[in-house]
Design a protein around this ligand. Sequence first.
Ligand SMILES: Cc1cc2nc3c(=O)[nH]c(=O)nc-3n(C[C@H](O)[C@H](O)[C@H](O)COP(=O)(O)OP(=O)(O)OC[C@H]3O[C@@H](n4cnc5c(N)ncnc54)[C@H](O)[C@@H]3O)c2cc1C
Length: 416
Amino acid sequence: MEANWAGNLTYGAQRIVHPADRAQLVEALAGAGEVRVVGSRHSFNDITDTTGTLIATDRLPAGVEVDAAAGVVRVGGGVRYGDLAALLDGHGLALPNLASLPHISVAGAIATGTHGSGDRLGSLATSVRALTLLTPGGDEVRYARGDEDFPGAVVHLGALGVVVEVELEVEPAYDVAQTVHERLGWDTAVEHLDALTASATSVSLFTDWSAAGQVAQIWTKHRADAGAPAAADLLPALGATLADGPRHPVPGGDARASTEQGGVAGNWAQRLPHFRLEFTPSSGRELQSEYFVPRADAPAAIEAFRSLGDRISPLLQISEVRTVRADDLWLSPARGQDTVAFHFTWLPDQPAVGALLPQIEGALPPSVRPHWGKLWRMDPAFVTSRFPDWDRFARLRAQLDPERRFVNGFLRRLGL
Ligand SMILES: Cc1cc2nc3c(=O)[nH]c(=O)nc-3n(C[C@H](O)[C@H](O)[C@H](O)COP(=O)(O)OP(=O)(O)OC[C@H]3O[C@@H](n4cnc5c(N)ncnc54)[C@H](O)[C@@H]3O)c2cc1C
């Protein structure tokens, strides 16, 4: 059987099918027993897997329809953000935010609450105005903003059926300038964390949590229409230095894979992600985890990671700290709270990483939530207790899939 992008999970599905149009999709869904949909395969755990049939979206029509007057683009769920961005750009339009990579599919990204960074930027799911599902029973259901169950259907964990169309909010295209600074002491970073993350449209802090104790790189992405970024003065004032050339966030990584830096303003889609579409994102041989805490708990989380630095850094390629604006989506890791996200790109050593995760999780504030698509070991009952609307989601799932065909091992562990 085939594997996910990282190669750390061989799908347990009996078959993988690639419908090329709606009729083939309907037929594949009707003929399957246990079934799940697979997007661009960038999740690291078994959230996508099934013992039955995996329906891939890669050959389905992109179905992109721009409605500039309504400020909306309609896309097939399998469309990759990088392809959509290029198309939108041709219409002079843009999305408000992107993740660190443009390679992921729209439906797959919103399913897990995938996010970029920015105090005032919500996760990618917050751009969804409506989405249309093909339910396991073959009915078409559309949820639009304002509908009672809409906030439950957007971060969907792949549990509600096949997302066949997503309507995303768009805005006039804008320019972004990306700048990298280096070497900021952690004590200073924690003392000025609010000012730091507010100092540009999007801010990422990269660190290895080692005893040397510094933020190795600070990436700021700033909209040209938002005036000069405060980061330009703040970062040097705090002791960080401007990078003297392009950087890759992973030490030793090839900076040609990174999007343009050096403060040169230009196309939003070529600067909001860290990595270019035509290159392998990140390091390519890796595992990932990510933990979210409300802003007020960020200093405690940083303290926990620093205290475990001697165990974390030998297994780590790089760690990234980002911010996500609060939203109202039931299963969003930023549900109800402005959030700080702590991401880990691990070496591809699953047993060692798996043994370390409980130590990290045990040291984190009890407000923690995990990234649905990455590796975590927390007690599933604890995780579901962290989402106040979990029971409503469980009811929505049961209503749309009473025969439980989309319930896989991942959902079963969560009690669904
Ligand atoms: C190198 C790398 C960098 C990353 N960077 C970030 C980042 O910056 N921010 C972040 O938050 N995450 C990041 N991730 C994680 C990634 O964004 C998520 O795992 C995301 O869900 C992957 O999307 P995908 O299209 O690959 O979905 P898949 O992994 O294929 O699927 C994810 C889920 O969506 C469901 N699904 C997919 N398509 C459909 C559909 N059409 N209908 C119904 N269900 C569907 C699947 O069943 C599954 O439950 C990164 C991952 C990698 C490998």
